[in-house]
Design a protein around this ligand. Structure first.
Ligand SMILES: Cc1cc2nc3c(=O)[nH]c(=O)nc-3n(C[C@H](O)[C@H](O)[C@H](O)COP(=O)(O)OP(=O)(O)OC[C@H]3O[C@@H](n4cnc5c(N)ncnc54)[C@H](O)[C@@H]3O)c2cc1C
Length: 470
């Protein structure tokens, strides 16, 4: 190991991907992870890249889904996180879900075995001035001392808001004479299963009573915050219900694309879905049931769901702090802190949202830091790619008036520049209205992968063989 390694703080999804990419680009890396010496409110193990809530990396469809496109781009750039996710898949319809422990163990093993990466356990509470090339990837649950040190360096507000976790329960406690297995619209996913979800049906009366109980149930109190801003993509169940009694039924509890084989002629009014959480299939999580209901109330209320009357919970839901930078103001386009360019940021702390997006920013931060270490010039991919669009979202926003209200964001096609011309049929005619949206997404995805290839080909150095053929 050289005297000038890249120091990466945080061995989560972003930090591990950054370490892998930097090492693959020829740099040496020290990866600092505080667990198990110091824990967070959500992590439960000492493993690297632990998944704190859902075990899903979301849709795996590169043609028509923006996160699927991000998967594809990351795979093409030799992503460690995607390689381990692919190796640890569990059935999940059209989504890419993983065996939670198997995935984190695979990442931990591969990082530990890499000769250019050294893992150091222990909290980094301030950043030593002699570290010349640093990536901060400490995530939404950055330890308070380091958060304060970062706040001091940025001279800006570090925003905090809350995210919630969904419960996980033991499969053998689900009553399958009431529940049934089926993926919505029988869609087979990457793990090849059309019956990937367990579905629990509800009548209108059961749904109404359930919503009443969720609204009335005791919730965890916030300490010191009154108007807590939530991320819209991860709303607690009770917050959804407060926005409208029918909102959960149009969200995670929607009854569409499903037929109950126990009562095929009766259409459920709402459906609670569970997704496999580990490879053994012994644990299942309640999809979209992140909640701040108190634990005793969760057990009581969730057992009123048909099929879950005797459910035993392996983990109950909870509520946790999230921390992220006002990145459009404080970061430059290469993810460096304007006020201290030796510091680069990656992962959820930059204001992207989700496992995949966090790892994606880690991937770029690792490559950019390695290029700095080698004295090479390296710019992020163009914004026509999903990777480039994410970076542009979190860094270029300082040019826009919206920077003050910067909020964490999942990847979506709206972040990519529009096509120069709308897609046409084979005869050059405008497509019918119903086909335009899908065709537009596919054309944007095809453009993204082509532009990513051009970008990667133009890098003078980098991880060898880093772009695989289309
Ligand atoms: C409660 C909760 C639920 C979530 N649920 C989902 C979900 O279901 N799906 C989804 O896609 N995303 C979810 N997210 C978002 C998700 O956490 C992130 O997208 C992802 O884990 C972030 O990756 P990261 O690498 O930035 O941070 P993390 O994966 O959290 O990794 C950061 C690492 O840094 C370590 N660390 C922190 N401070 C220090 C320090 N001072 N010194 C050394 N090490 C330190 C931590 O121990 C941790 O291992 C959730 C977030 C929270 C908080």
């Amino acid at each position: 190991m050289t005297d000038n390694p890249i120091h990466i703080i945080g061995g989560g999804l972003a930090g591990c991907e950054a370490a892998w990419q930097a090492a693959a680009s020829g740099a040496t890396v020290v990866l600092h992870e505080m667990r198990p010496l110091r824990g967070t409110e959500a992590h439960q193990t000492d493993l690297l890249a632990e998944l704190v809530c859902s075990n899903s990396f979301r849709a795996d469809d590169w043609e028509y889904n923006a996160v699927g496109l991000l998967h594809a781009e990351m795979r093409r750039l030799g992503s460690l996180i995607m390689a381990c996710a692919d190796a640890c898949q569990t059935p999940a319809g059209g989504a890419l879900a993983v065996d939670r422990d198997g995935f984190s163990k695979a990442v931990t093993r591969r990082i530990a075995a890499h000769p250019a990466i050294r893992v150091e356990r222990g909290e980094v509470s301030s950043i030593p001035s002699h570290w010349a090339n640093v990536i901060v990837a400490t995530g939404p649950l950055t330890s308070p001392d380091l958060a304060a040190a970062i706040l001091g360096l940025t001279g800006e507000d570090v925003l905090s808001f809350f995210d919630a976790i969904a419960p996980i329960l033991h499969a053998d406690t689900i009553d399958m004479t009431v529940a049934w297995k089926q993926s919505r619209y029988d869609k087979a996913g990457p793990a090849g299963d059309e019956a990937a979800y367990i579905n629990c049906p509800m009548t209108r009366e059961e749904y109404d009573a359930f919503i009443d109980a969720v609204l009335a149930g005791p919730k965890s109190e916030f300490k010191g915050w009154e108007d807590v801003p939530y991320f819209d993509g991860c709303l607690p169940l009770e917050v959804m219900a407060e926005r409208g009694r029918e909102t959960p039924r149009h969200g995670p509890m929607k009854p569409v694309g499903l037929t109950n084989p126990h009562q095929p002629t009766i259409k459920p009014y709402a459906v609670v879905q569970l997704r496999q959480d580990n490879a053994l299939g012994t644990l299942w999580n309640m999809v979209g049931f992140q909640t701040k209901l108190k634990h005793a109330a969760q057990t009581e209320i969730f057992r009123t769901i048909p099929g879950l009357g005797k459910a035993v919970f392996a983990r109950l839901g909870g509520l946790h702090r999230n921390t992220f930078l006002n990145s459009p103001r404080v970061l430059d386009e290469r993810l460096r802190l304007r006020a201290a360019p030796r510091l680069r940021f990656a992962g959820q702390i930059t204001g992207v949202e989700g496992y995949v997006e966090s790892a994606a920013i880690g991937l770029l931060a690792g490559r950019l830091a390695a290029a700095d270490a080698a004295g090479r010039d390296c710019a992020p991919p163009p914004p026509t790619t999903a990777l480039g669009a994410l970076v542009a979202h979190i860094t270029a926003g300082h040019l826009s008036a919206g920077a003050r209200s910067f909020q964490p964001m999942n990847i979506n096609y709206g972040l990519l520049p529009p096509l120069e011309a709308p897609p046409q049929d084979a005869d050059g005619r405008r497509l019918p209205r119903g086909e335009r949206g899908r065709a537009r997404k596919r054309a944007m995805s095809v453009r993204a992968l082509a532009d990513l290839k051009d970008w990667a080909d133009a890098q003078t150095e980098g991880p060898p063989g880093s772009v695989r053929a289309l």
